[in-house]
Design a protein around this ligand. Structure first.
Ligand code: KG4
Ligand code: ZN
Length: 412
C-alpha cells in the first residue's frame, strides 16, 4: 500500500511518500520538507507569510517526491475537469497556478490514499494542504484521509531508536498500553493517555501558552531569533559547562497545582519583569506584548553574555522541572506502561536527559520512547505513519467536506 502525505499546519511544508508491506515493514520512498526561515526576525510564526510560503513550496516538493511520474508528454484534462479544479482551489490561486502545469506533466502516481493534516494548527496554513489534497484526490481519483497533527507527533515516536531517515526501511513499534504521551511543541503542551491504539484522553494541557511558545517568547526578550528553544538550549548548555553562578530564580508555574495542567504565560511575564529590573525599561516593542509583528534586533540584547547564558539556563530548567513533575504525576495516576515524548520541544537535550532520569529512577518498568530528533519537529512522514491504520480501515473522508480545524482536539 502506498500513501502520499501532506503537512502544512504551521511553518514546515512537508510531503512524504511511503510504502507499507505485509510483514509490517515501512519503506520511505520520499520525505520532503521545507522549513520557513522567514519568521526568524518576527519572534514567532506570522500566519499570512506562512500560508504564502506553503502555497509556494507544495508543488516543488510534490515534484521532488513524484519525480518518477514526470512524463515526456502532457496529460490532457477536459475543460470540465479544469473548471472543477479551479473551484476546489478557489481560495488558493497561487497553488492553482502551479498545480495545473504539475498535473499536466505528471502521470497519476501509484498511490492508494492521500493523507493530510486538517488540524490543529494555523487555519490559513491548514487550508493550503487540505485544498492541495482535494485537488490531487479529484484529478487522480484517490481517497483522502484526514490526520490530526498531534497523532502524527505520537507516531513519530513509534519508529524505534534505530530509525534513520536515510535507511528508509523500518517497522512501527507495538507499544504496551496504557500509553502516556507528553506532546510538547510550539502550539501544544498536552499529556494524553491511550488505553489502546487510536484512543486518546487528554489528561492535562496548558491553560495558556504552549511550552515552545514560551521558549520562543522568552528567547525574543533575550534578543534571540525564532525558533527560540534551540537557542536557549545552547546558551543554557554553555552556562552549565562554565558552571556559572545561579544568579536568577524563576517561579515554577503550577508545580503544586495538584492537577496535570500547565501554565507558561506567567513564566514569560516573570522573565520580562526580571529583564526590566536588570536593564531598565525595555523598548516599547517588548512591553510584554505577545504580538509577532515586531522585529527582534540585536540591539535589544543588552545583557552581558554570561547573564544571558545564566538566565537561559534558568528558563530551560524551570520548564524542564514543570514538565518532569507533571509527567511524574501523570505516570503515577495512570499506571502507564509506555511514555512517549514528542513535538518540537522534545528535541531539547536537557529535557530529554531529565525525563530519562525520571524514568530510570522512579519508573524503571516504563518504556520511554522519544521521537528521533529528525522527526521531533513537524514533518509529513509522521502524518503518513498516523494514516496507515486509517487507510487500512478505509476511514476515508468525503474530501468535499474536509475543513481546517485550528483547534482540533485529540480525543476527549
Ligand atoms: O512541533 P513543532 O515543530 O511545531 C509545532 O507544531 O508547534 O515545534 C516547534 C517548537 C518551537 O517553539 C521551537 O522553539 C521548539 O519547538 N524547539 C525546541 C527545540 N527545537 C525546537 N525547544 C527546545 N529545545 C529544542 N532543541
Ligand atoms: Zn507539531
Amino acid at each position: 500500500m502506498r500513501i502520499l502525505s501532506i503537512e502544512t499546519s504551521c511553518d514546515d511544508t512537508g510531503i512524504a511518500l511511503i510504502e507499507t508491506h505485509d510483514d509490517g515493514t515501512i519503506h520511505i520512498l520520499s520525505n520532503q520538507l521545507s522549513t520557513q526561515t522567514q519568521h526568524a526576525a518576527y519572534g514567532g510564526v506570522f500566519p499570512t507569510l506562512a500560508k504564502r510560503e506553503h502555497a509556494k513550496m507544495l508543488v516543488p516538493l510534490l515534484e521532488k517526491a513524484l519525480e518518477k511520474y514526470k512524463g515526456q508528454t502532457s496529460v490532457f484534462y477536459s475543460h470540465e475537469m479544469r473548471t472543477r479544479l479551479s473551484e476546489i482551489l478557489a481560495r488558493e490561486p497561487e497553488l492553482l497556478a502551479q498545480i495545473v502545469p504539475f498535473l499536466e506533466s505528471h502521470t497519476k502516481p501509484n498511490i492508494d490514499a492521500i493523507a493530510v493534516t486538517y488540524g490543529p494548527g494555523l487555519e490559513p496554513c491548514l487550508w493550503v494542504g487540505i485544498c492541495c489534497a482535494k485537488a490531487l484526490s479529484y484529478i487522480w481519483d484517490v481517497p483522502v484521509v484526514g490526520v490530526n497533527h498531534m497523532e502524527g507527533h505520537i507516531y513519530a515516536a513509534l519508529v524505534g531508536s534505530e530509525f534513520k531517515i536515510q535507511n528508509s526501511k523500518f517497522k512501527i513499534l507495538k507499544p504496551t498500553y496504557p500509553l502516556l504521551s507528553l506532546l510538547i511543541s510550539g502550539g501544544h503542551t498536552e499529556l494524553v493517555l491511550s488505553e489502546q491504539e487510536g484512543e486518546y484522553t487528554i489528561f492535562g494541557q496548558t491553560r495558556d501558552d504552549a511550552v515552545g511558545e514560551c521558549f520562543d517568547k522568552c528567547a525574543r526578550m533575550l534578543g534571540l531569533e525564532y525558533p527560540g528553544g534551540p537557542k536557549i538550549g545552547k546558551l543554557a548548555a554553555e552556562a552549565r559547562a562554565a558552571n556559572l553562578p545561579r544568579t536568577y530564580t524563576l517561579p515554577r508555574p503550577m508545580l503544586h497545582s495538584g492537577d496535570l495542567d500547565f501554565s507558561f504565560s506567567g513564566l514569560k511575564t516573570a522573565v520580562l519583569k526580571m529583564l526590566t529590573e536588570l536593564r531598565g525599561p525595555t523598548p516599547s516593542q517588548y512591553g510584554g506584548s505577545t504580538s509577532t509583528t515586531h522585529t527582534v534586533g540585536p540591539s535589544y540584547s543588552m545583557l552581558a553574555d554570561n547573564d544571558q547564558r545564566a538566565l537561559a539556563r534558568e528558563i530551560e530548567e524551570t520548564i524542564a522541572d514543570v514538565l518532569v513533575r507533571k509527567t511524574c504525576d501523570a505516570l503515577t495516576q495512570s499506571n502507564a506502561q509506555t511514555l512517549i515524548v514528542s513535538g518540537g520541544v522534545s528535541a531539547s537535550t536537557y529535557i530529554r536527559e531529565q525525563l530519562t532520569h525520571l524514568i530510570a529512577t522512579d519508573f524503571p518498568a516504563v518504556t520511554l520512547l522519544f521521537s528521533p530528533r529528525q522527526l521531533a519537529t513537524d514533518n509529513a512522514l509522521m502524518i503518513a505513519l498516523a494514516a496507515i491504520s486509517k487507510v487500512e480501515r478505509k476511514e476515508f473522508v468525503d474530501s468535499e467536506k474536509l475543513v481546517a480545524q485550528g483547534n482540533l482536539r485529540l480525543g476527549t
